[in-house]
Every structure is written in structure tokens, then in C-alpha cells.
Design a binder for this molecule. Structure first.
Ligand code: C2O
Ligand code: CU
Length: 483
């Protein structure tokens, strides 16, 4: 694997300012009306394209993308509105669109083989669903996800609060990590054994909104709402924002009591989001480098914040920033059904055995004969791209409170994602999690146990999987049924 960050080749002075959500064409607002005529649906086409990811005289990068751009068009609606999207598949292989984090009706969840048939090349599928929660969400295919997401198929889905807190500027950063070769083209070796059995497909080029960033200009005293979305296949980010007075107001779209992140760092596993309010100090002096040091020996400066222009105000702002809660049902911890879910496998995983197609075998045979390397409760899901048809790992009655211990017996991080629900994160290794946030994806560290709780209130078969997409492809997925 190429050493990071040797090929952060040139950096560019274009980033979120130019991609603030007010830019025409980059953002699309659902008309406020109760339409359900498919003819009015927002068109979204997945197809090959070319984009100037690297810039600076390097060739354009051949990608797969939604409607010609990376990220795909931002879809922006108000809480409670209906989203209607006509998804057209212009790829040479099947695909689907999954609406990550939206608590929607099961048939619109975009999981091939489980909630719908894969959308064949040249076919169109109409997605229509209501969005109950305000927050920061995203969309991506759920077919051959490692390759389709890894080649650039993703976009932001923003659901606005009826009364958002006042800020001077809102900025969405869709952060990706690419594995590019010297000609700035995507390394085509997806789903190789090394990535599957280790940390996944960690790349060598990090982009914000489809560009290698250089500078991000702010004004003294400015208040920003930064919506961060990690769309990388495998890279975990720890963004150092301490010099910008960060306060987290939402995680995975769900409001949380406003708080300073530990150490001023925002840690985001794949698929995770954070809404962060930044108050640029009136006496700030730039440039301030936002350093990602999740992998400490490979820390690098992602983008430089430069302070420019006249102060926005002369006193620091103290207007409230807390978000109103979304309509989530509170789990009854006393009566909750308790479950342990064991995650195992991968390199250095010890004497793991797993069930593959009903047969028990050791890790070596799992890898060599079936291309899987991970188990959930002892079962490795065989990774046909559309093979999300699985016997449920657990079945819950609608309305039941569930308490789950996610036990990571492996030496690797896993961002564990449940579809169709959000869960409270209660504790890590027995220590209470500050703020007990609602999340749809939780990063579980090596040999760590994370306890979560939720109300199984959305009927259907829901994916429950690791969002390191190479781990998912290598068996780390299961289905939870709510009847
Ligand atoms: Cu981001 Cu199963 O999904
Ligand atoms: Cu994993």
C-alpha cells in the first residue's frame, strides 16, 4: 500500500466556500408541495464520468458518479417532507440507492435482494419516502458497495429543521479517501484479500466535496455550521478543530446536547456524520491547519483555515445552538430484551471459525474458498454483490425495546451500522458514554464492547453491518427483522 500522504499531490484553493449550499446547481430544494407524480421526481443518474479530483495539471480522474458530479447533487428538503427520486442506472452493472440514516419505509431502503430487486443497467427506479428526522444524512449505492461507493457514487441528503439555529454560514463537507495511481486514476483492485482482512481500502488522497482542499476562508467572529460526512470506504478521520471553538450539536443527524468534542477532535468512522458549530475567535490568526491524526504516525494537514476580512461582529455570539429533538422513541432499558452480538475475524484474529453457507470452517478456509473473513455471531455472510438475502440474525416485535452489547473480538475498528433505526450509545467497555448520543453507525474499537439500545419500531428486514465496505463484502453483515 502506498505510504500516506505521499500523494496528496497538489492542493487547491477551492473548497467549501464555493460549495456552500446556496450555489445554484450544486444544491436542489424539494418544492414544498405534496406531489407524488414521478414525472416531477428529482432525477439522479449513476454513470461513469471524469472529474478534476487532483487538479494542478494532473489528469482528470475517471469515476462513477451521480448526475455527473462528485459528490452527487445535494438533496435538501425540510423535515417531514417527501423525497421523490427517479434513479436511473447508467452503469454497466446493477445498482440501487440507499438513504443512509433515514428512518424510512423498508421498501425504499435500497438494499438489493432484501428490500428491492437490483436496478439493472438502463433501468429506472422511483424512490419515494417521507423524512421524519431533521439532520445530516447521505445516499449511496448498496450494490457492490466497496467498488460503487469507492469510485465516487455518493451525495449529501440534508433535512432542514423547521427553525434551524441562526448561523452566519452553513457548510457541508463530504469527505472521501481515494486510492489513486500516479496518473490520478482509481486503483481498480477492489475487494482484494489484504483490504478485506485488514483495515479495508485505505486510500492515499483525501478530498472535500470532490477536490483536494487547500484553504478555507472564514471571517473573525463568524459562526458556521459545519456538516461533516465521512463517505470513505474505510478511512477513519480525527479532525482537530480545537482552535476554532467547536461544539458538536448533532451526530449521525440526531441532535445531541451541544458540547466541546474531547480534545477538540471530531472522530468520524466511515458513514458517520457530525454537525459542528464553529465560532471563529475574534482574535484568530491564520492560517490554522485542520490536522487529521486518527492514525498518529500518518497525521497530515487536511486543509488550512485562513482568517480574512472584517470581523462579523465585535462581541462573541452567545445565541443558542441546541437543536430540537427528532421524534425518536426512547428505549425502556428495564424491559429491554438483551442481546450480545459478537464480531470476529480478520488478520490476527486468532482461532476464529465461522459458518459459511451452513458449514463451519476455519478462517483460512473462509478466506481462500469463499472470500470472507469476518463473522457476526459466528456467521459469515457470503458476499454475492446482491446477496443481502439472509436469514435474520434476530427478530423483534414491533415496539420492543432492545439492548445490545456489540462485542468486538477482533483487532480492527468496525463502524457498525443499523438500517431504519437510530440507537442510543450507552457505554464503552462499561463506561457510560457522555451524552448517550443517538447514532445509526457506531465505531467499535479493537477488543471493545459498546452497548446500544433502541426501540425496534420500524417494520421490515434491516441490514446490520460494518461500514468498512471491504469488511461488509467479506462477510460482516446480518439482517435484523422487525415484525
Ligand atoms: Cu451506508 Cu448499509 O449502509
Ligand atoms: Cu469492519
Amino acid at each position: 500500500m502506498a505510504a500516506w500522504p505521499c500523494r496528496q499531490p497538489t492542493r487547491r484553493s477551492v473548497v467549501a466556500g464555493a460549495f456552500a449550499t446556496t450555489i445554484a446547481g450544486a444544491s436542489w430544494r424539494w418544492p414544498a408541495r405534496a406531489a407524488n407524480a414521478p414525472a416531477d421526481a428529482f432525477g439522479l443518474t449513476a454513470a461513469p464520468g471524469k472529474v478534476p479530483l487532483v487538479g494542478g495539471g494532473h489528469p482528470e480522474t475517471g469515476v462513477w458518479c451521480f448526475s455527473g458530479t462528485v459528490p452527487g447533487p445535494e438533496i435538501r428538503v425540510r423535515q417531514g417532507e417527501r423525497v421523490e427520486v427517479a434513479f436511473h442506472n447508467g452503469l454497466d452493472e446493477p445498482s440501487t440507492v440507499h438513504w443512509h440514516g433515514i428512518r424510512l419505509v423498508n421498501a425504499m431502503d435500497g438494499v438489493p435482494g432484501l428490500t428491492q430487486d437490483p436496478v439493472a443497467p438502463a433501468e429506472t427506479f422511483h424512490y419515494a419516502f417521507d423524512v421524519p428526522d431533521a439532520g445530516t444524512f447521505w445516499y449511496h449505492p448498496h450494490y457492490s458497495s466497496s467498488e460503487q461507493v469507492g469510485r465516487g457514487l455518493y451525495g449529501a441528503l440534508i433535512v432542514e429543521e423547521p427553525e434551524p439555529p441562526a448561523v452566519d454560514r452553513e457548510v457541508v463537507w463530504v469527505i472521501d479517501d481515494w486510492r489513486l495511481d500516479r496518473a490520478a486514476q482509481i486503483d481498480a483492485r477492489f475487494d482484494n484479500r489484504h483490504d478485506m482482512t485488514h483495515a479495508g481500502r485505505i486510500g492515499n488522497t483525501v478530498t472535500i466535496n470532490g477536490l483536494i482542499p487547500d484553504r478555507f476562508a472564514v471571517r473573525p467572529g463568524e459562526r458556521l455550521r459545519l456538516r461533516l460526512i465521512n463517505v470513505a470506504n474505510a478511512r477513519i478521520f480525527a479532525l482537530g478543530l480545537a482552535a476554532l471553538s467547536p461544539r458538536v450539536i448533532a451526530i449521525d443527524g440526531q441532535p445531541v446536547a451541544p458540547h466541546k468534542p474531547a480534545g477538540g477532535r471530531i472522530v468520524l468512522g466511515p458513514a458517520m456524520r457530525a454537525d459542528v458549530v464553529l465560532d471563529i475567535p475574534l482574535d484568530a490568526r491564520g492560517p490554522i491547519s485542520i490536522v487529521d491524526d486518527f492514525y498518529p504516525r500518518n497525521a497530515y494537514g487536511l486543509v488550512d483555515v485562513v482568517i480574512e476580512g472584517a470581523p462579523v461582529r465585535d462581541e462573541p455570539l452567545d445565541a443558542p445552538i441546541a437543536l430540537a429533538p427528532n421524534p425518536l422513541a426512547e428505549p425502556d432499558l428495564e424491559r429491554a430484551e438483551r442481546n450480545d452480538v459478537i464480531f470476529a475475524g480478520g488478520a490476527m484474529g486468532g482461532d476464529v471459525t465461522g459458518m459459511v453457507n451452513g458449514q463451519r470452517m476455519g478462517l483460512r478456509e473462509m478466506v481462500t474458498a469463499h472470500g470472507v473473513a469476518w463473522t457476526i455471531n459466528g456467521v459469515a455472510a457470503v458476499a454475492h454483490h446482491d446477496g443481502h438475502r439472509m436469514e435474520p440474525m434476530a427478530t423483534f416485535e414491533r415496539g420492543q425495546s432492545v439492548r445490545m452489547a456489540l462485542v468486538n473480538e477482533s483487532r480492527w475498528h468496525h463502524p457498525i451500522h443499523l438500517h431504519g433505526h437510530h440507537f442510543r450509545v450507552l457505554s464503552r467497555n462499561g463506561r457510560e458514554e457522555p451524552h448517550r448520543p443517538w447514532q445509526d453507525t457506531v465505531l467499535v474499537g479493537p477488543l471493545e464492547t459498546v452497548e446500544i439500545a433502541f426501540v425496534a419500531d420500524n417494520p421490515g428486514d434491516w441490514m446490520f453491518h460494518c461500514h468498512v465496505l471491504e469488511h461488509q463484502a467479506a462477510g460482516m453483515m446480518a439482517v435484523i427483522r422487525v415484525t
